[in-house]
Write a protein that binds this ligand. Structure first.
Ligand SMILES: Cc1cc2nc3c(=O)[nH]c(=O)nc-3n(C[C@H](O)[C@H](O)[C@H](O)COP(=O)(O)O)c2cc1C
Length: 469
């Protein structure tokens, strides 16, 4: 099917309005909620809310931030309505703490091929491998996933089954790519739980309409100010650099590692995430987008719109999404080993730029692409940073090199001793790019170089972070 788009100003603003509303509904866990952000409590600290109020535990595990944002919004809503809420990441949950609660909410995404988010590894191998007694415990599980993956919502479903096996009464809602119906169902169930907890209490607040606490529009209309093909003549798909400026006012704020979420007019039902390649100090929001082709040869809807359909000067609502799992966070002071391929350079570039701006050059980039003739992305810029000392090392692997074909995981293996030295020196590892091939290959290489136990420990503690897709 071909969709013809003739963009009159009226149509554009109507489409933008729709997109902004939709994007806001999907992702907008906005300023209001962030202001009330509940700190991640350590195990012993007191929950938020009045001390005689019913208590609820809210547990999350998230790879790209959606489950975490929904958990924060859910916890903030329950706190606002008078419950004592303890919000924490799954890896911080122990059996003793869980046993203290008779109500729990779980917001969990699935990553990889049916896997738990990276930081949940400790929870999976620890608490989930045991069977605490949860008789008289009620739980609700929100399992985030995407039906395009074979093991739909696998991790959320595993936790739901584990809770049941421990004796809890558990209900689960599976969400397909943040579909609004399932999110409404979730809000309905949480509202019911809240009402039953407050049951009959004089002065209990009347519930607001079920939907409203997950909705805060946060999409910003942005103008595509420049677009450039980065790899003319490449055997791979065309890779474009896209620069965006706000249509009105100031740039939205974000940190290196964060994502942008957007819907395109040809597929307004489905939001896509892209790693941001710049920092706000660069003065624009920049993305690297590969124009993709599906198996049947037809163009990928979103990437085709971004790379060819849109004209420079057109406007699209973009939502900046915090990606806590790939930010520098506690690793800000560490040396960095940055590993990636293709459009994954975006997520790594934002970190390099952030560190260049801070005057910190203790970072090593290992990067894979096809050929040095056509795919030397940011070649001059990277070389300049190396010469200026903003990069301590730069190693590139070319998979289609005439004489020295190499993948980035092989490069890691070749540099194994240096990798060990950097890690001993306290380095954190960031990987960005394709999951198939690169992400998995790099993981295996790191296991071979550092040992499985150390890789697991680094993953669980956030010293090894991945943005692979
Ligand atoms: C690399 C990657 C792998 C994924 N694997 C699965 C999967 O195996 N099963 C599934 O149902 N969803 C999968 N998803 C979809 C995510 O679970 C879904 O986008 C979810 O909303 C992300 O939530 P989070 O931001 O909290 O991690 C995957 C997403 C990505 C980016």
């Amino acid at each position: 099917m071909t969709v013809e788009w003739i963009l009159t100003p009226d149509r554009l603003s109507a489409a933008m309005g729709l997109l902004a509303a939709y994007t806001g509904m999907c992702w907008g866990i906005g300023a209001k909620v962030r202001k009330q952000r509940l700190a991640d409590e350590a195990q012993g600290s007191a929950p938020e809310g009045k001390t005689d109020a019913p208590a609820v535990l809210v547990v999350y595990s998230s790879q790209t931030g959606q489950a975490e944002a929904l958990a924060r919004a859910t916890a903030a809503m329950l706190t606002e309505r008078g419950l004592q809420v303890r919000l924490l990441a799954a890896q911080k949950l122990g059996a003793e703490l869980l046993a203290r609660y008779s109500q729990s909410l779980w917001l969990l995404s699935t990553t990889g091929e049916g896997d738990a988010p990276d930081q949940a590894l400790g929870f999976v191998q620890g608490l989930m491998a045991s069977q605490p007694d949860l008789q008289n415990h009620q739980s609700l599980v929100l399992a985030l996933g995407d039906r395009e993956y074979q093991q739909f919502c696998a991790f959320g479903l595993q936790v739901h089954e584990w809770l049941q096996a421990c004796g809890a009464r558990s209900q689960v809602v599976c969400v397909d790519n943040m579909d609004s119906q399932s999110l409404q169902d979730w809000q309905g169930l949480v509202t019911q739980m809240h009402q039953s907890l407050q049951g009959g209490k004089a002065g209990a607040p009347v519930s607001a309409p079920a939907q409203d606490w997950l909705q805060t529009p946060a999409a910003v209309p942005m103008v595509l100010s420049q677009r450039k093909l980065l790899n003319p003549g490449s055997q791979g798909g065309p890779l474009y650099w896209l620069e965006w400026k706000p249509q009105f006012g100031a740039l939205p704020q974000w940190q290196s590692g964060d994502l942008v979420s957007l819907c395109v007019p040809a597929d307004p039902e489905r939001a896509r995430d892209y790693s941001i390649a710049s920092t706000p100090a660069d003065g624009s929001l920049q993305l690297l987008v590969r124009q993709s082709t599906r198996e049947d040869g037809s163009p990928g809807l979103a990437s085709d719109w971004l790379c060819r359909g849109m004209a420079v000067g057109d406007v699209l609502p973009l939502t900046v999404r915090e990606h806590a799992g790939f930010r520098l966070g506690e690793n800000a002071g560490r040396p960095l080993i940055l590993v990636g391929n293709g459009s994954g350079l975006a997520g790594l570039l934002s970190h390099i730029r952030a560190r260049v701006q801070q005057g910190c050059g203790d970072q090593w980039l290992l990067f894979g692409e096809r050929s040095p003739q056509h795919d030397a992305l940011y070649g001059e810029q990277l070389q300049t940073w190396l010469v200026q000392g903003h990069l301590a090392r730069l190693d590139r692997a070319w998979s289609r090199h005439a004489t020295q074909s190499l993948y980035v995981q092989q490069l890691l293996n070749r540099e194994a001793e240096e990798v060990v030295r950097w890690v001993e020196r306290g380095a954190a590892i960031y990987v960005c790019g394709s999951l198939q091939g690169m992400g998995q290959g790099v993981h295996l290489a790191l296991q071979a170089i550092l040992g499985e136990a150390q890789v697991d420990a680094m993953l669980a503690s956030g010293r090894y972070r991945r943005d692979v897709y």
